[in-house]
Structures are given as C-alpha cells and as structure tokens.
Design a protein around this ligand. Structure first.
Ligand code: SAH
Length: 220
C-alpha cells in the first residue's frame, strides 16, 4: 500500500469512527449525519490541533475562540431541523464548521461574527470549498441581521443570558431557534424556541458549554 493509500484508509477509518460516535451520542437524523460526513472538520482546524479534528472535543481557533464539539454541532443541527428551502441565520461563525454543515441541509446560510480575522478566514475557506450558499457578515450578532430577516431558522453558537430579543423578532412564525442560555462561566442550557402564531414555546434540550455572546465588534 502506498503512503497515500495509507493516509486515505486512515482518514476513512477515522471518519467511520466519527460517525459511529455521533450516532451513539444521539445524532441519529440521517440527513444530519450525511451532511456531517461530507464536511471535513480538518479544514476548519488548523495548526497543531489538526490531527485531533475527528475527536469529539471543542478545539481552540483564532481570536481565543473555539470550534464546537462535533456531537454538539450534530445535536444542535438536529434540533434546528433545517429544511432544503430554509434560510438560516447563525450567530457566531467561529471556524465556519457549523455553517458548512448547515449549508448542506438548507438553501441559504447567513452567518455573523464579531471578530474580523475569523470572518476573513471563514470567507476564504467557504470559497475554497465552493460553499456558495453561505454569506458571512462582520457584525454584533446580538442584533441579528435585520436586512435579511425574517429567518426560518436561527442558531446561536455563543451563550446568552436570555435569547436576544432582536433574534426572537427575526424568527418567522413556525420557525425554530436553538440557543445556549446561561452565565458564560457556568454550564449553560441549550434551548429550542418554536415561534407560534401566538408566541414562543421553549424546550430545554441539554447542558452545554459555549463561549459567551459578547457585545460589539472584536478588537483588531
Ligand atoms: N459556530 C462556530 C463556533 C462558535 S464559537 C464553529 O462552528 O466553529 C462562538 C463564536 O461566537 C466566536 O467566534 C465568537 O467570536 C462569536 N461571537 C460571540 N459574540 C458574538 C456576537 N455578539 N456577534 C457575533 N459573533 C459573536
């Protein structure tokens, strides 16, 4: 076997174990598993952590942020139930991994990030991977993206003390929002919000740990 074949077999095996692990941690929606199989997390993790890309663990990225744990990405995506005609808003682009997974499941993804270097890196990566249905914006995502609202789905990948009002207002009736809520220095609760004709229904999903949703743009 050539070294290339060996590398290839190693990656295939790691991917198989990765998918098995996701399934055994509750990610059972075949469309979500398929979308996650098609996105190479290694592309979103650079530097010394690259060889841990298929471990089920959050990893550090630029600007002191983190790429989320794959099983949490899977569970959040599953709870969001994105459909092929949906427009999704993500707050907290980070590495772009969650947005790339969503891009395979819905029509359009808008993703907002407050750190310019992360926006620049994610845009370049989406272009290289030909993920042409993702738009990245540099902004404070607490205010959502009024010019593109309303959204079928909203996913927040940073923890807020409460679901931000502007995001609730930008969710369509019948829409779903998934957001971690709680203090940033403690364990938070992942919430699913369904917007109905008359208001909002809240369901607690599980405990999670995210970096905080921070006001304003990042420095530098
Ligand atoms: N979804 C990412 C992980 C997100 S980490 C991934 O798949 O890699 C959380 C991200 O939210 C960080 O990059 C952080 O800078 C960003 N963030 C925090 N507060 C924000 C805000 N108010 N507006 C936009 N982005 C924010």
């Amino acid at each position: 076997m050539s070294e290339d074949d060996d590398t290839h077999a190693g990656l295939a095996e790691r991917k198989m174990r990765f998918l098995y692990h996701l399934r055994s941690h509750g990610v059972t929606d075949p469309a979500v598993l398929d979308a996650m199989e098609r996105v190479d997390r290694g592309e979103f993790v650079r530097g010394h952590f690259e060889d841990r890309a298929y471990d089920d663990t959050p990893l550090p990225i630029q600007c002191g942020q983190t790429i989320s744990q794959p099983s949490v990405v899977g569970l959040m995506t599953q709870a969001l139930k994105p459909g092929p005609r949906d427009t999704v808003l993500e707050i907290g682009t980070g590495s772009g991994y969650q947005a790339a997974v969503l891009a395979g499941l819905c029509r359009r993804v808008f993703t907002v990030e407050r750190h310019r270097p992360l926006v620049v890196a994610a845009e370049a990566l989406f272009q290289r991977l030909r993920l042409s249905n993702i738009t990245v914006r540099l902004a404070d995502g607490s205010f959502g993206l009024p010019e593109q609202a309303p959204f079928d789905r909203i996913i927040v990948t940073a923890a807020a003390e409460d679901p931000p009002g502007p995001l609730l207002a930008q969710l369509k009736i019948g829409g779903i929002m998934v957001v971690p809520v709680g203090q940033s220095d403690a364990v938070q609760t992942l919430i699913r919000v369904n917007r109905t004709e008359t208001g909002f229904d809240y369901h607690e999903l599980r405990q999670v740990r995210f970096v905080p949703l921070v006001e304003g743009l990042g420095q530098g």
